[in-house]
Write a new protein. Sequence first.
Length: 83
Amino acid sequence: MIRSVLIAGATIVALSTSAYAQNMTVTCDDAGMTKLKSEAETVKQEHRTEVMAAIGDASMAMQAGKMDECMASMQKAMTAIHK
């Protein structure tokens, strides 16, 4: 019984963290990029490559003025950060 409760709790936490990352508001500007980069420093090594690639994609899209692509890449990075 205790095991079932622990598994249920862990599942809820995992799902809520992912949902939180997907629903976060991101802003494709220098301040948003700085915040994202500082959060990326806390990522576990196993997710770091994915996060940094998404941040790089977001930076390139921002410089090109492609705000939709920038926001999608930032959202992808946030999701990877909160895995």
